[in-house]
Design a protein around this ligand. Structure first.
Ligand SMILES: Cc1cc2nc3c(=O)[nH]c(=O)nc-3n(C[C@H](O)[C@H](O)[C@H](O)COP(=O)(O)OP(=O)(O)OC[C@H]3O[C@@H](n4cnc5c(N)ncnc54)[C@H](O)[C@@H]3O)c2cc1C
Length: 490
């Protein structure tokens, strides 16, 4: 009697290398590699065409990778339970493997429905870790050790011998068919080769200036690894990145050594932040520190929200960052922190609404990094330093020549350098086709600080803060000098 096939369900792990689920499936029977395009997932408020476009690139490259193993990628469209129900009925598959997804609230609920369906149908579903995030972690104390063990383990080899089971699929729908209409001319392209290309060029040349250039809006785009969408959709595993970084040649001087340390620290932050959402999926919707939940009106001021989203706040550096993000799908970490902080403090907009805007604009949207970062930069975790970035100062510090600001705001071309970040103070301001600032930066920051501290002084704040620390805070000692700027931010 022929062996029953096994479904290998690809989600945010669109590769065949270092793929524990595929390796396991190959040992269990003929493999059906499945990707489900879920229209309801792509209709969520945090999903966008730039992310789907990236996924389409990755599916092409995954199809080619699987073909080298003699497997055909099966793409189906629909609700996961219905697709799986039909596929198991068609093929007699009674086992399924996938990675453990730390997704958004929608995918979390979908996975619960799939688990209930699998139990009901007698289908076994193995979910396997693909990074340092630990499912059902009993407490934070042992987390770092478990992550270190995972990262030290050898990468999982591509299965040498794997049998397939031909099954019909469909072509993935075009973005428009899913209602995803999103113009992002500078979007990063997906696929395994591009992931490896980015990793190799970062470790060979681009990474040398990483440590000092990462926060610069212009140079940072080249000096940062640019691995984020690849890690988010799994064309590269975090373990591959960690091990390649560790294996990069030493003896290249201080700059390289510092950059490589900083790179490893960020890869560790990735898992650290994702663990927070894994442990408490509700933090996509409620503040980590409950007393901060109603800090700002839940329904944000629509005009301010739209101005921030479109890059029309009248605050040049914020607007340049937002317009650049709209056109490229990427911003460096410092700029993400600043645009988020300005939205949350100066514009006093609720983090849930602005977090959704940014999620859509990021090609690399990774819910587990995103929501804890959004909360941290909005002062609602209760445990992090309140960081109210001054957008005028940030503009001068990070874009001293004004090149980046003028590139994205050509209407400010003639404003002299000294006033570029405050064009309203320029004598020719009346002639500019550029809005006046939506807020007075200093007054808005003062008001925000007072409101945040008023909540922090309330009775019971400290007790809830202890709960958040016990559940989510890093147990690591402060990091070395290279990371000092972020010391208190974890
Ligand atoms: C409000 C806000 C939202 C964010 N949302 C996302 C998101 O949806 N997806 C995402 O990948 N990153 C997010 N980040 C983190 C960070 O800004 C990006 O990972 C980074 O800019 C991506 O560029 P890179 O790959 O060149 O990063 P590099 O600096 O080269 O870092 C390498 C990898 O480390 C991880 N990493 C880097 N910085 C951080 C960080 N601060 N926290 C956690 N992990 C980090 C990422 O996986 C990144 O790809 C967010 C940051 C903020 C402030």
């Amino acid at each position: 009697m022929p062996q029953a096939p096994v479904i290998c369900w690809f989600k945010r792990d669109l590769r065949i290398e270092d793929h524990p689920a595929l390796a396991r499936a190959a040992t269990l029977g003929p493999v059906i590699p499945l990707y489900i395009v879920e229209p309801a997932l792509w209709a969520q408020a945090d999903a966008s065409g730039r992310q789907y476009g990236f996924v389409l690139d990755c599916l092409e490259s995954l199809r080619a990778g699987l073909a080298r193993l003699g497997l055909g990628l099966v793409v189906r469209v629909g609700e996961a339970v219905e697709v799986l129900d039909r596929l198991t009925a068609e093929t007699g598959a009674a086992r399924m493997v996938s990675h453990e997804e730390t997704g958004n609230a929608w995918s979390f609920a979908r996975d619960r429905r799939v688990a209930a369906w699998a139990r009901g149908q007698g289908v076994s579903w193995d979910e396997m870790a693909q990074c340092g995030v630990v499912r059902r972690l009993p407490g934070r104390d042992a987390w770092q050790g478990r992550r270190d063990t995972f990262m030290r383990a050898p990468v999982v080899g591509v299965p040498g011998e794997v049998r397939g089971r031909p099954v019909e699929g469909v072509a993935p729908p075009a973005p428009r068919a899913l209602g995803l209409d999103d113009h992002c001319p500078g979007r990063q392209r997906g696929g395994r080769d591009r992931a490896l290309g980015a990793l190799e060029s970062f470790l060979a040349t681009r990474g040398e200036t990483y440590q000092w250039a990462m926060s610069r809006p212009g140079e940072g785009a080249r000096a940062c690894s640019r691995l984020s969408p690849h890690l988010a959709f799994g064309t590269l595993s975090v373990r591959e990145a960690v091990q390649a970084g560790r294996a990069a040649p030493g003896g290249r001087g201080k700059a390289w050594a510092g950059s490589m340390r900083a790179f490893q620290a960020r890869l560790a932050w990735r898992d650290h932040f994702m663990q927070k959402l894994e442990d408490e999926p509700g933090i996509e919707h409620h503040a980590m520190h409950r007393a901060c939940d109603d800090l700002r009106p839940h329904v944000p001021d629509a005009a301010r929200l739209a101005a921030w989203d479109k890059g029309e706040t009248g605050l040049p550096f914020v607007d340049a960052c937002m317009r650049s993000l709209r056109a490229t799908g990427w911003l460096n970490f410092r700029m993400r922190s600043m645009v988020m902080a300005v939205a949350s403090y100066h514009l006093w907009l609720d983090w849930r609404a602005t977090g959704r805007v940014l999620a859509r604009l990021f090609t690399d949207y990774e819910p587990g990094i995103h929501w804890p970062q959004v909360q941290m930069q909005s002062g609602v975790t209760g445990i992090n330093t309140i960081r109210i970035y001054n957008p005028v100062k940030q503009g001068h510090d990070q874009d001293p020549t004004g090149e980046f600001t003028r590139r994205w705001l050509p209407e400010l071309r003639e404003v002299p350098d000294a006033l570029l970040q405050e064009p309203w103070r320029w004598e020719g301001a009346g002639r500019l086709a550029y809005p006046a600032p939506v807020v007075d930066v200093a007054a808005a920051a003062r008001a925000a600080r007072a409101a945040v501290w008023a909540v922090r002084r309330e009775t019971g704040f400290a007790e809830e803060k202890r709960r958040v620390i016990a559940r989510h805070a890093s147990r690591k000692r402060p990091r070395p000098a290279a990371d000092r700027q972020m010391k208190l931010d974890l």
